[in-house]
Write a protein that binds this ligand. Sequence first.
Ligand SMILES: Cc1ncc(COP(=O)(O)O)c(C=O)c1O
Length: 393
Amino acid sequence: MDQIRPLLSKAQSVLVFCLKPQRITPSLTYCPTPLSIWIMVILQCLNPTGKLGNTCTVTFTGNQSLSYFANLKNLCWFSEPKLEEEIMKLHNVVGNATVEGYHIVVGTGSSQLIQAVLYALSDPLNEPKPISVVSAAPYYSSYPEVTDFLRSGLYKWAGDAHNFYKDGSYIEMVTAPNNPGGVMREPVVNRAQGMLVHDLAYYRPQYTPMTGPADHDVMLFTVSKCTGHAGSRIGWALVKDINVARKMVKFIEINTIGVSKEAQQRAAKILEVISDSCSQTVRLPELDNFFEYGQQLLTERWKKLREVVKRNKLLTLPTFQIQYYNFTGDFTEAHPEDVDCEKLFRGHGILTRSGKRFGSDPKCVRISMLSWDEEFGLFVKRLSTIHGIANGN
Ligand SMILES: Cc1ncc(COP(=O)(O)O)c(C=O)c1O
């Protein structure tokens, strides 16, 4: 699991630098507003004057919400009806996922839902050996850990989906847009016995153009990446098959006997305010459209970053398209053999994550665009001091 920085959560990254001492690529022609920074954006967006902070206030009395149960009539008996309502409303406002005909399963972050869905998909197969779990590199760095941590007999991490040739059942995690990198993704393996889990944590208008409501079998979302409230630990899955949804609910029942009601109610309120911010009729005058504001702020940051990288003879900021190919191998020839980009950055006071953690190349690093303005300024300043590789790094 990523280290969580105050209020920024482990959200992400998105930005991959490739070391290219031989040449400078002025590659930043297209920049979809990428991921993590948005968490900070929402903090500013929700609370630019203090008024919006009050709009999101939720109070609890001491005798409220004591029971384990939230809605006994519901398949997901621990989900708060208000949260379900706001989840559906927000998906409809944003147009990023179909909700009709889906079962909503709430989880303690989408991290818990990843585990729940691995269980739900693999358990009914009764395979003698663990089934493979794959994702196209560079993949979200927690997938391998989450999959293998308990050494389950049901499923096992099998690495990069591009290199997966084993026969039989498998689960492919499709992260769209991807972390790291921000590119939209499609399944890679495409075989009959495959089961897909679409991790759509970042499929939001501030990160990527909405190309239409997604309607995959299993789709995972999280408040962490939607609003930056990673600490509330609320995620949800939209699941087509009722049996899969049931098994996920069972997993969560055994794992944590449901999901915190306080966190769900807070998340519901925040989602409501965001939906309202997009509405012409309900919106308060002081409420900026959440997604427009986020996009704008993110675009400004990228502009600053591009300016610094453009002046740098050592680093490149690939376009999203190029970046994908970089990670799949085409690009490696341009790089010197012995450069550890994470180490180089660390030497300049910038903490990054090596491409290695994402099943990729140590000549690439992921950095987070998510920070307070002051921190981002410092980052850009330090970045501008990187000019060469000393002693191999
Ligand atoms: C692609 C992706 N999926 C899932 C998660 C987990 O999010 P949560 O905070 O909801 O557990 C993250 C967090 O970084 C992520 O990047």
